[in-house]
Design a protein around this ligand. Structure first.
Ligand code: ATP
Ligand code: MG
Length: 201
């Protein structure tokens, strides 16, 4: 089996995430994609993030409709910051015989050489870098080859329709009472309204 692992803060989950998961699945012939909301994102230290339970519920609402997608609360049950190397070590032991593909947007891939134990990450899983407006995949590829020689065998670059949206921008729109329909799945919008998330200071 080829299993995609898609980590993120998902605060909130939006169509950029859904399209990335779908396109990665098709492009690499994955059997399934597991969404993994992160507990304490190390790169978002000091930034206030919606409680994990609520982010998890939004991901379940967005991804639960299709059996090729599933959602894992593993990172949320861990103490302290979530490092990808630890998450992948866990999934490697969970799925010893399967191929793991760690999916991320080009913005994250850019920074990948600075992550904790990038070489070990590349042994544990293949990486999938999804196009994201504002980040040049070719430059990303060149940078990675320079910083981590040999990485090209383990890293895939996948084009997808450019969706210039982020959770940050969507939180801002909700705070300003602007519509977010078509950008966030309907069921997630209802959840956000019911729970008054991102609703002012
Ligand atoms: P924030 O603005 O809070 O950082 P975000 O939109 O970047 O939110 P994250 O939860 O940080 O969302 O991202 C999870 C993963 O999804 C990351 O690997 C990120 O690169 C990727 N991703 C997010 N939005 C897009 C998008 N529009 N196109 C492609 N990849 C995306
Ligand atoms: Mg982000």
């Amino acid at each position: 089996m080829k299993i995609g692992l898609f980590g993120g803060t998902f605060d909130p989950i939006h169509i950029g995430h859904m399209v990335a998961a779908r396109v990665a699945l098709e492009a690499l012939g994955l059997n399934r994609v597991i969404f993994i909301p992160t507990g304490f994102p190390p790169h978002k230290m000091g930034v206030s993030v919606t409680p994990a339970e609520k982010r998890l519920q939004m991901v379940v609402l967005a991804a639960g409709y299709d059996p090729v997608f599933s959602v894992s609360d593993w990172e949320l049950t861990q103490q302290g910051p979530s490092y990808t190397v630890d998450t992948l070590t866990h999934y490697r032991s969970e799925y010893p015989a399967d191929e793991l593909y760690f999916i991320m947007g080009a913005d994250m891939l850019h920074d990948f050489p600075n992550w904790r134990q990038p070489d070990k990450i590349l042994q544990l899983a293949r990486l999938v870098g999804m196009a994201r407006p504002g980040f040049d995949l070719d430059k990303c590829q060149a940078l990675l080859q320079k910083e981590i020689p040999g990485s090209e065998e383990r890293v895939y670059f996948v084009d997808m329709p450019g969706l210039e949206i982020s959770s940050t921008w969507l939180r801002e729109r909700i705070r300003n009472r602007q519509a977010v329909d078509f950008l966030i799945p309907d069921r997630v919008i209802h959840f956000i309204e019911e729970n008054r998330l991102y609703d002012g200071e």
